[in-house]
Design a protein around this ligand. Sequence first.
Ligand code: 5RP
Length: 219
Amino acid sequence: MTQDEMKKAVGWAALKYVMPGTLVGVGTGSTASYFIDALGSIKHKIEGVLSSSHTSTAKLKNLGISVFDTNEIDSLDIYVDGADEINDYMQMIKGGGAALTREKVLAAISHKFICIVDITKKVNILGKRPVPVEVIPMARSYVARELVKLGGTPKYRQNVITDNGNVILDVYHLMITDAVALENQVNQIAGVVTVGLFANRCADVALVCTKNGVKEVIL
Ligand code: 5RP
């Protein structure tokens, strides 16, 4: 299986968690996009979805799936999304698609977070890939200096404005030995909207696709 075939297999495998008549939280990215295709095949059986980005919303609406306003919904049974990295503790780096803040909100209101990844995303220690940080534009330089103090090397993601009108700093070389502590620390920097570390609210289930098929890991 190619990486793309693994993404597709795991996206469709997540369908078994979708209960009839429920609202489903939907993530962003190429793996989540396969999950959206899968949801389209059972669209008459679900009530609708909450979406984590304009991109996912456009695809969902195109398939005729009802997208609700997150402010009108108290909680979700499940939230299904990909990740850039996931470790054995189900902690993740997310935000490769710049949708980290809305993703974190949907994860926060969900009873179960189902992370769908191919095996290339599985790591022992988080931090091989950069950690995205969403920042309000006028605080970009200040936040970058604070991130350097934490040992990181921030890089401004050129030509990207998030759905919330902000910018992204991708932070390389962070030593992530305590992901919860680092998430809290970065979130305390003035001007940071969200850090793409999902450690306080980690995944409850990981569906990991290898060349041999999809394996379910439960915390
Ligand atoms: C978007 C995300 C994605 O889940 C993450 O970047 C993985 O993307 P892909 O499934 O395309 O590899 O966090 O903000």
